[in-house]
Write a protein that binds this ligand. Structure first.
Ligand SMILES: Nc1ncnc2c1ncn2[C@@H]1O[C@H](COP(=O)(O)OP(=O)(O)OP(=O)(O)O)[C@@H](O)[C@H]1O
Length: 299
């Protein structure tokens, strides 16, 4: 179905810290879990989730495996609906009739960058696909937006004719981010976007996300097992345990003054217990904060 909404402009810079996405008292349970008390106890339900992602800010979501982080991502992408509670986008209740427009403005970036690409379609075609599908645009009409999107993620035009197996994992994640940006979204939901990449490339993608947040006023939900990445990128953090929020607040409140044993144990598990919080700042490249050499722009 073609959207009746206007295609996005090449770039929109936005800034503010008003709520852009909000979960209010959200309960969710997978159908299979409703039949299995053991699963429910194991955490396959979300219970009374209250969380705000602010415009132009990066919000970190952490918690052990199975705590419900990806389920929250699915709810915030409109891929599934809560059993109770409400989701607000830009101050408006997310109703079924608003889902189509919402899905253009909130875009996902997933964990396995190569799996998220079609193996037999050239990169350039994949990046403009959301414009072709949603706005019925011709390929020739997409070229200015395509050039802006690949430039925004630090890729050159040579990559456009390649197939996914001809590019690196880091380049593939940049392609996925470009494909999300081509719709000029307001929010990126990033579910473990760097965990499948090697360490040096992780730093490059984190710096890219940080730059995009600053330069375009993009809001980010950043889901990660890696507390150091969250400490670097995010100004607010929510901590999830077995489907319930156990801590939330500013980065420093949660990481420097943890209230729960659970959060303390997550922090104790950080390698070398080095969060570098005294120096952590999105104005400093991630590689410097964790003591690595500066890295080339394209990975
Ligand atoms: N489609 C599904 N049907 C039933 N249960 C599911 C489904 N997807 C996830 N679950 C269960 O819901 C719980 C939360 O899963 P979720 O993927 O949200 O956790 P997570 O915190 O993202 O974990 P990870 O860090 O390992 O990705 C887990 O118990 C999981 O087994």
């Amino acid at each position: 179905m073609t959207s009746s909404i206007e295609p996005p402009h090449v770039y929109t810079a936005r800034a503010s810290s008003e709520p852009i996405l909000e979960l209010r008292n959200v309960d969710f349970c997978y159908p299979a879990a409703r039949r299995s008390a053991a699963e429910v106890l194991g955490g396959s339900r979300l219970h009374k989730i209250n969380m705000i992602v602010r415009r132009g800010k990066a919000h970190g979501l952490i918690g052990e495996s199975g705590s419900g982080k990806s389920t929250i991502a699915k709810l915030l992408l409109g891929l599934t609906a809560p059993q109770s509670g409400q989701i607000f986008f830009d101050g408006e209740l997310l109703r079924p009739d608003r889902l189509a427009a919402f899905r253009l403005r909130v875009q996902p970036v997933f964990q396995s960058p190569l799996d998220a690409l079609d193996p037999i379609t050239p990169i350039g075609k994949q990046i403009i696909a959301p414009l072709l599908v949603n706005f019925n645009m011709k390929s020739s009409e997409c070229q200015a937006r395509l050039a802006a999107a690949i430039s925004a993620v630090g890729l050159s035009g040579e990559i456009l004719g390649k197939l996914p197996h001809q590019i690196s994992g880091g380049q593939a994640q940049r392609v996925n981010i470009a494909r999300a940006l081509i719709l000029d979204p307001e929010v990126l939901i990033c579910d473990e976007p760097v965990s499948a990449l090697d360490m040096t490339v992780q730093a490059q993608i984190l710096n890219l996300l940080s730059d995009l947040r600053e330069s375009r006023g993009l809001s980010l939900l950043f889901i990660s097992h890696d507390i150091r990445s969250v400490a670097y990128l995010c100004s607010e953090i929510t901590v999830l345990k077995r489907g319930s929020i156990v801590e939330s607040g500013s980065r420093d409140e949660v990481l420097l003054d943890p209230k729960t044993d659970y959060m303390k144990s997550l922090l104790e598990a950080v390698p070398n217990s080095g969060l570098g919080l005294e120096t952590a700042s999105p104005s400093k490249p991630f590689s410097r904060q964790i003591g690595r050499r500066d890295l080339p722009a394209e990975g």
